[in-house]
Design a protein around this ligand. Structure first.
Ligand code: SF4
Length: 378
């Protein structure tokens, strides 16, 4: 059995750590998301979600490199994610790529069914080794997210433009050259040290923008035209609550162990959206409120065209803008999205946030910029 899995940002690092430790044979699909989207779009239903099309493209490319089994996470609930697994299986079979699909979700039938699925991947490994590999992979996911968060912080503060991107890119490529969670964690530690040693402007006060929306398009940089990196280069510090490690810990581990989940976002969302409606819509609403309360300058919502939960969230966001004075920009992505138009909207939004901050500062000092110069004065 030769496994493969779909790309979603840095997920490949966590899955690689897990599969290396389990001793599984696998193929990482090519990293070119645009090409995967083009391939997937040819075979997926037109109105299918964008991530499904990209995943499909990933699987086809991996099949061509020898993979025969797909490893994906599943879900349940009101949005289409719940039947992705079956859709992938059927589409792949129909178009002549008969791959097996293993879903790594917490099944309703509990631990036994989950372990049966893991054993399919791990073969004869004993349960202790499987649990150790899962623990190490979770640790890798947490550390990679911390590393990304550090990059978000440093980008708008770096003295030499492009330094953070160069180190981060080197790390992402370096992961492919090492094997096992132990070596990946060593690489993460070294990258942390390198990042912490770069020269930064301690006095910088960058704009702060929260990223909300559908998990795939917010986490996968390539899909959203590297918006988070670009914002950093524009001098904006970004933050995103939704992460891969958050998903593993909150949706898989805590659910499996019946531990209380972090529901701050749900409490914050309650006045606007009191129920989970699928995808990350409730997180989008709740996190926008949390960003407003934390004094962020703005929020950007990103989601794929036809994403049902995020369409609902988008219709609620104007109420938060009005109630809490939080500017929100919504960016919708599909296979036809042009990069130039997308970036123009982003730049205009950042200009607006900058002017808004300046106006507030003048207001605090008792003079508005537009009435500072009186008639006849310059
Ligand atoms: S969250 Fe949106 S994009 Fe993701 S599966 Fe559900 S409907 Fe599709």
């Amino acid at each position: 059995m030769k496994l493969t899995f779909p790309h979603m940002g840095n997920t490949y690092i966590t899955v690689k750590a897990l599969l290396d430790d389990l001793g599984a044979d696998y193929v990482i699909p090519p990293f070119n998301i645009r090409e995967a989207l083009e391939t997937g779009t040819r075979f997926a239903p037109e109105m299918a979600c964008l991530p499904l099309k990209i995943n499909l493209g990933n699987f086809i490319r991996a099949y061509e490199k020898g993979a025969d089994t797909v490893l994906i996470t599943g879900g349940c609930g009101p949005c289409r994610f719940g039947y992705y697994c079956e859709m992938h299986r059927e589409i792949l079979r129909d178009i002549g790529y008969p791959m097996d699909v293993i879903t790594l979700e917490w099944p309703d039938k509990g631990l036994k069914e989950f372990l049966d699925r893991v054993r399919k991947i791990a073969g004869s490994l004993n349960i202790c080794k499987i649990l150790k590999a899962a623990k190490n992979a979770t640790d890798v996911a947490i550390k990679v997210d911390e590393l990304e968060r550090l990059c978000f912080y440093l980008r708008p503060r770096e003295k030499k433009a492009g330094t953070v991107d160069k180190i981060y890119k080197h790390f992402r490529a370096g992961v492919l050259q090492v094997k096992g969670s132990r070596n990946i964690r060593r690489l993460i530690r070294e990258t942390f040290e390198t990042l912490q040693s770069i020269e930064v402007d301690e006095n910088a006060r960058p704009l702060k923008v929260g990223i909300v929306g559908e998990i795939y398009t917010t986490i996968d940089s390539q899909t959203s035209f590297n918006i988070q990196e670009r914002l950093g280069a524009m001098g904006v510090e970004v933050h995103r609550y939704v992460t891969v490690s958050g998903w593993i810990v909150e949706h898989m581990i805590k659910k499996a162990l019946h531990l209380p989940r972090d529901i701050r976002y749900a409490k914050a969302a309650a006045p606007y959206l009191g129920a989970m409606i699928g995808g990350h819509a409730q997180e989008t609403i709740g996190n926008t409120v949390l960003y407003a309360n934390a004094g962020y300058d703005g929020v950007i919502q990103i989601y794929p065209l036809t994403c049902m939960p995020e369409i609902v969230a988008e219709s609620i966001l104007p109420a938060i803008e009005r109630d809490l004075g939080m500017p929100v920009l919504t960016l919708i992505i599909d296979e036809m999205t042009g990069e130039a138009g997308y970036m123009t909207r982003l730049e205009a939004f950042i200009d607006l946030l900058q002017k808004r901050r300046e106006a507030r500062e003048f207001e605090r000092k008792g003079a508005l910029p537009w009435n500072r110069c009186r008639f006849g004065e310059h």
